[in-house]
Design a protein around this ligand. Structure first.
Ligand code: ZN
Length: 291
C-alpha cells in the first residue's frame, strides 16, 4: 500500500508519527500553511514559518523516508488581521520554491469582507503561478461557505481541475463535484467525517476526483487516518487498486499539476534504522548528538 497524505500539519507532529506513517505505507505528504493556534503579530512570523515548511520540515520528513511538500498562503482566519496582510506581497516568491505544490489553505473562516478580498487575491496568485489551489471550507455554516467559495473560484477563472475543495461532508460533496473540482475529505477521530462515512461517500459518488486526508495538526487528530480509511475500503469490498487510486494516484494527479512533486524513494533511507546524521543548516534530528 502506498499513500500520499494530501493535507497534514507535520510541524505539529512528532518523529514517532513519521515512523508510524512510514511503517503503514505513507511515502509522501503535503503540508498546507495554516494558523498556529494563536495569532501571529507580524509578517516575519509567516516568513519563518514558510521557511521551515520548505526547509527544516522537508529535511526532517526525508530523515524518516517521507517526501514532504507544502502549500503556501495567508490562511482564512488571519486574513482578518491587518498586521498579517502584507504577507501577500511575499507569497509569490515562496510559490517558486522547491517542494511547493499549491497555494493554500485559502477560503473562508467567518466569511468577512477581508476574507473575500484575501481569497480572491490569492486565487490570482495561483493563476499567475499556474499552481493548484487548496480551498478550506468553514467548519461553521459549511454549506453556505462552500457555495460561496465555488462562486469565487468560478469568478477567478481558475480551471476547476486545479482546485481542491477540502473538509467536505455529505451535504457539500455534490456541489463540489458538480463544479468539476476535486473533493477533499478530512477524517477525524471524534468529530465530523469518519472512515465509515467516507467509504459510503466513495460508494455513492465513485472514486474519481475524490481525495482523503488526515488533516492532523495540533488538535485531536490522527496521522494514520488515511491508512485507516484504506483498510475500511478493503473491508467494504473495494480492491487494492481502488485504494491506490484514492490514496495515491488521485492526490498525485492533482498536485502533480504543479510539476514539483517528488515521489522517488529517499536515497539511502532504511526503514527502522536511526537516520544518518545528515544536517540541515547545522541541525540534525539528533539535536547535536552523533550516532
Ligand atoms: Zn489544515
Amino acid at each position: 500500500m502506498r499513500i500520499l497524505d494530501p493535507h497534514i500539519h507535520m510541524t505539529s507532529r512528532t518523529t514517532d508519527d513519521y515512523e508510524a506513517m512510514y511503517a503503514a505505507g505513507v511515502r509522501a505528504v503535503v503540508e498546507p500553511a495554516f494558523w498556529l493556534g494563536q495569532p501571529r503579530t507580524s509578517v516575519g512570523s509567516f516568513l519563518d514559518y514558510f521557511d521551515s515548511l520548505v526547509g527544516w520540515e522537508r529535511f526532517r520528513a526525508a530523515q524518516f523516508g517521507i517526501r514532504h511538500h507544502a502549500t503556501i498562503a495567508l490562511n482564512p482566519k488571519e486574513a482578518n488581521d491587518p498586521r498579517c496582510r502584507e504577507v501577500l506581497d511575499e507569497i509569490p516568491r515562496y510559490l517558486l520554491k522547491d517542494g511547493v505544490v499549491a497555494v493554500g489553505e485559502v477560503g473562508y473562516d467567518s466569511m468577512t469582507p477581508a476574507e473575500d478580498e484575501v481569497f480572491a487575491a490569492q486565487l490570482q496568485l495561483a493563476r499567475e503561478a499556474e499552481l493548484p489551489v487548496l480551498v478550506h471550507t468553514p467548519h461553521r455554516d459549511k454549506l453556505a461557505g462552500t457555495r460561496r467559495s465555488l462562486d469565487v473560484v468560478r469568478e477567478s477563472g481558475l480551471p476547476a481541475e486545479r482546485v481542491l475543495v477540502d473538509h467536505l461532508n455529505e451535504t457539500t460533496v455534490a456541489l463540489v463535484r458538480d463544479a468539476g473540482a476535486w473533493a477533499g475529505f478530512s477524517i477525524y477521530p471524534d468529530t465530523k467525517m469518519d472512515e465509515r462515512r467516507m467509504v459510503a461517500l466513495l460508494r455513492d459518488h465513485g472514486l474519481d476526483r475524490m481525495i482523503v486526508n488526515s488533516a492532523a495538526d495540533w488538535g485531536r487528530s490522527d496521522p494514520l487516518k488515511t491508512v485507516r480509511t484504506a483498510h475500511a475500503m478493503l473491508d467494504a469490498g473495494f480492491t487494492a487498486d481502488d485504494v491506490d487510486q484514492v490514496l495515491w494516484r488521485n492526490p498525485v494527479e492533482l498536485y502533480g499539476q504543479s510539476g514539483s512533486l517528488v515521489l522517488d524513494p529517499v536515497p539511502g533511507f532504511v526503514a527502522g534504522e536511526v537516520p544518518a546524521p545528515a544536517e540541515f543548516e547545522g541541525s540534525s534530528v539528533h539535536r547535536g548528538a552523533r550516532v
